[in-house]
Write a protein that binds this ligand. Structure first.
Ligand code: BES
Ligand code: ZN
Length: 403
């Protein structure tokens, strides 16, 4: 699907006017599929009459079949009367347009449905475990993971760093018969995702994850230095401390717990997209997803944890807020928005699963060293005292959701 810009359409408008004036024969118009916000539907029908046909309207989005020649006019009218630039999306075919509506339905469901009746009553189990969690452990893991030249999704370093994370997780659960650590391979690139499963009594599943890959946004490629200490060695190391603590306490889950290190997030959420689609296809019953992407930079004086409201589930976000109030007292949390599908939670959300994305700061106080060779632990004062708050929150989230 393509988003038409006003410029390309104005060029089209000039062309269309030049040629259509002297058209002697009425020719069969070429039809195309577009989607627009439904508030412009009636207006468009009125302006274009039989040249436009409504195909389907769902959740405030309408798919229309329209004469291709009408597009420049539509764009101009949208700009003039709705103050929208372009104002519609052009689709390759009807299926492409339909997919947008379907994914919109999934997203609506993932945002608004209540998947669990949330409660907080596991203090006796959670509090002793939280007291054993250590920032020093997270710091040590970030140091190790950032030591790879990069963790780019293509090339030798991204493969080696994946193997390191798999080995680290495997050694944590080596004495458990109910746990496995597996690669989730991807056919289009070398870096695999990693999934650690602790099997519970039921097939209900809780997912805690983050992306393992890093990128140097300026130099790109598989050789540039990209330590990605904050983005996202911090998230992986936070997840690792949660696993360590649960295992050290021989925690036996009732539901199935899955810990994930996604590949290829930095190039378009590619790893998590394949995983979430696979889980959906197999009808996996996931009752909660938490994404940890950047946990170790305290950018905002006003907030310690910021819950992203877009591409996430409203009810679960409230629950996570209550978890923070109960189990990580004294820290301040709030809401913000990425404004786009900024991390792997969006892959789960798009498949209809309830996700949350607790983030280290507000968007305008975030760590600006990410995607550079300077995304190092120095920027976080060589400690992991911010990330440890996320580890406590995530462990409490898992145990409270599990029981
Ligand atoms: N960790 C970032 C996402 C992020 C950055 C969230 C700043 C909140 C504030 C993530 O790894 C990333 O860079 N995502 C991409 C998007 C993706 C679709 C390629 C981005 O934000 O450009
Ligand atoms: Zn990033």
């Amino acid at each position: 699907m393509k988003i038409k810009t006003l410029n390309s359409l104005v060029a089209g408008l000039i062309l269309v006017s030049a040629f259509s004036v002297n058209a002697a024969q009425p020719v069969q118009e070429k039809k195309v599929f577009i989607s627009i916000d439904s508030d412009a539907l009636k207006y468009t029908e009125k302006k274009f009459g039989s040249r436009v046909e409504e195909v389907q309207t769902t959740d405030g989005i309408s798919v229309l079949k329209i004469d291709e020649d009408a597009l420049p006019w539509l764009s101009m009218l949208m700009h003039k009367d709705f103050k929208r630039c372009g104002g519609f999306m052009l689709h390759d075919d009807e299926t492409d347009a339909q997919n947008l509506l379907n994914s919109n339905e999934e997203k609506f469901y993932a945002k608004n449905n209540s998947f669990v009746s949330y409660k907080i009553d596991q203090e006796a189990i959670v509090t002793p475990m939280i007291e054993q969690m250590k920032a020093e452990n997270i710091f040590a893991t970030i140091t190790q993971i950032s030591a790879f030249q990069n963790r780019y999704y293509k090339g030798e370093f991204g493969k080696k760093s994946a193997a390191f994370i798999k080995d680290t997780w495997t050694s944590l659960v080596k004495n458990r018969t109910d746990a496995t650590v597996e690669y989730f391979p991807h056919s289009k690139w070398d870096q695999p995702s990693i999934i650690l499963t602790i099997k519970g009594q039921s097939n209900e599943t809780i997912v805690l994850g983050g992306h393992q890959d890093s990128i140097n946004g300026y130099m790109g490629g598989s050789s540039a230095r990209a330590p990605g200490s904050d983005d996202n060695a911090s998230g992986i190391s936070t997840v690792t401390e949660v696993i360590r603590t649960l295992v050290d306490n021989s925690y036996q889950p009732q539901k199935t717990l899955k810990f994930m290190a996604y590949a290829a997030e930095e190039v378009g959420l590619l790893g998590s997209k394949e995983i979430a689609a696979d889980f959906k296809k197999r009808n996996e019953n996931i009752i909660g997803v938490m994404q940890l992407d950047m946990t170790n930079f305290k950018g905002s004086p006003d907030f310690d944890i910021v819950l992203m409201q877009d591409y996430t589930n409203d009810q679960q976000n409230k629950f996570v807020g209550a978890i923070i109030d109960r189990y990580v007292p004294g820290i301040k949390w709030g809401y913000d928005k990425c404004g786009y599908g900024c991390s792997d939670h969006a892959s789960w959300h798009t498949q209809g699963y309830p996700a949350s994305m607790p983030f280290e700061a507000t968007m305008d106080t975030m760590n600006h060293n990410i995607h550079t060779a300077n995304d190092t632990l120095n920027v976080s004062n060589n400690n992991a005292t911010h990330a440890i708050k996320f580890a406590k929150m995530a462990l409490a989230y898992i145990v409270e959701l599990d029981r």
